[in-house]
Design a protein around this ligand. Sequence first.
Ligand code: 5AD
Ligand code: SF4
Length: 434
Amino acid sequence: MRKVYIETYGCQMNVADTEVVFSILGREGYIRTEEIGEADVILANTCSIRDNAEQRILGRIGQFNIYRKARPDVIVGILGCMAERMKETLLESGKVDVVAGPDAYRRLPELLAAASQGHPQIDVILSREETYADIAPVRVDKNGVSAFISIMRGCNNVCSYCVVPYTRGAERSRDYHTIVREACDCAERGYKEITLLGQNVDSYHFGEYDFARLLALVAESVPDLRIRFSTSNPQDISDAVIETMATHANICRHIHLPVQSGSDRILEKMRRRYTRAWYLDRVAKIRALMPDCAITTDVIAGFCSETEEDHRDTLDIFEQVGFDAAFMFQYSERPGTLAAKKYPDDVAPDVKTRRLEEIIAVQNRLSLESNRRDVGKTFRVLVEGPSKRNAAELCGRNSQNKMCIWPDTAHRAGDFVDVKVKDCTQATLLCEPA
Ligand code: 5AD
Ligand code: SF4
């Protein structure tokens, strides 16, 4: 029995892919270990979205080499986006035995076997069809409450800053029959929440099903489960999707809608296919149908040629929308992208940092304001487990995806509990049993 250890970096898609990899390797007799020291195969499922992500992982690959030197039969493999982007150069470092891109996981058993014979292996061929639709993921999430279901792979939206279309290839949607089957399987195994995943879920299409229809189908197939999804693209999120959410109580009231910038000039250079006005119109539509829907976002500070005025437009759209939470980044030039080819990365690092800090300061206040508006309200939360700080407290998320904590020793992970918000911090709703 060969033992395999996988470290997963980056987005939820990578977590879902790691579960597919465990399944593929499990069928060939590999068993999972969480102890790197006892692993025969050490894999990193990697992310290329920003340079600092890659640098951190490269450092970690250096550390894997310690185990490989101590036991020469240990195989080190790099999966995911960095495998796809860096290709042979990873093998040339001499620290890696196998390089497998996101569409090559079915071949992993074969690649690992050949590598154990002393022949380094690489497969970074991207597919137009692969969705791993038939593979039942081995869930790595520990509490058995929440599961990811991948509904599509790749991305056709060549945003100029983004490496994803190059690392994950062209967009393809998974057969909805297999998605529903997986959702029902999760329900049977006792999961209480599923998150439908794709780089751009709104462009899902398979046969006569678009994303709105898929969402309704899944919500109706597993009525006792909560449904979440990520990520939406402001250009593509349709009225039908918003209406489907509004008419299904088990679809969570949360939309992650990456704005990236509040400046039309920058949005155009980013090749985002919407304007600020369009974005605000989508927000208005969401709030008209679901006043209690949380809206969260991603933003990039200091994209090529961004001026102070563009930056103020970003701060302004944050104020106008009043996001409930945000992931905020400095622009990081990615080799091979349109922006890297066409536009100089000309915003000075200290200016990027300052602008990012200004956005974070605004968002911190908006998050606190959003949480303060919830004080006095009652929410149904899904228990995740004990809170980090206090064993006599539980934590869990409400439909809006806000973290709640409350004193409770009677319930456990997977229970739904009604709680009333007494107070809050910027990150958490402090509650009591309702
Ligand atoms: N630099 C900084 N942030 C980026 N993102 C994507 N590409 C880059 C880049 N080159 C951010 C976007 C995206 C999130 C997943 O990562 O905000 O929505
Ligand atoms: Fe990147 Fe745009 Fe695709 Fe998102 S939609 S992954 S930002 S190219």
